[in-house]
Design a protein around this ligand. Structure first.
Ligand SMILES: [Zn+2]
Length: 111
């Protein structure tokens, strides 16, 4: 992954007239593929995903409603209930795993 500061440097260099992507790659000490990716918007700088523009799809839509499951006044579908169901599944999986691990451990403890 390219550090965000490098991406910013490449982006800046891309705005400069007369610089080829090959030259920018040399100047910024990144691969030409990276320069090309940044130039085309397929930037590999995942750390910049914290950019508010990228989280637009995460903004809740629609009016606040009473959740039938938890009774909270939330944007539907209820995120709290979704998280709770995910957590419950994780707990269940962990229980199953530890149960299996316990049965596997049994012969070793006996021997
Ligand atoms: Zn809920």
């Amino acid at each position: 992954m390219i550090p965000p500061v490098k991406v910013a440097e490449v982006k800046y260099l891309l705005t400069q007239p007369g610089l080829s992507q090959r030259r920018i790659a040399v100047l910024a000490k990144v691969s030409r593929a990276s320069v090309s990716a940044i130039a085309s918007g397929r930037r590999p700088d995942y750390s910049l995903r914290t950019n508010p523009d990228d989280e637009e799809e995460d903004i809740p839509q629609g009016p606040v409603e009473r959740c039938p499951s938890c009774g909270g006044r939330v944007y539907m579908p209820c995120r709290l209930c979704r998280v709770r169901s995910i957590k419950a599944q994780e707990r269940e999986r962990t229980r199953m795993r530890s149960r299996m691990a316990a049965s596997w451990d049994l012969p070793r403890q006996v021997g």
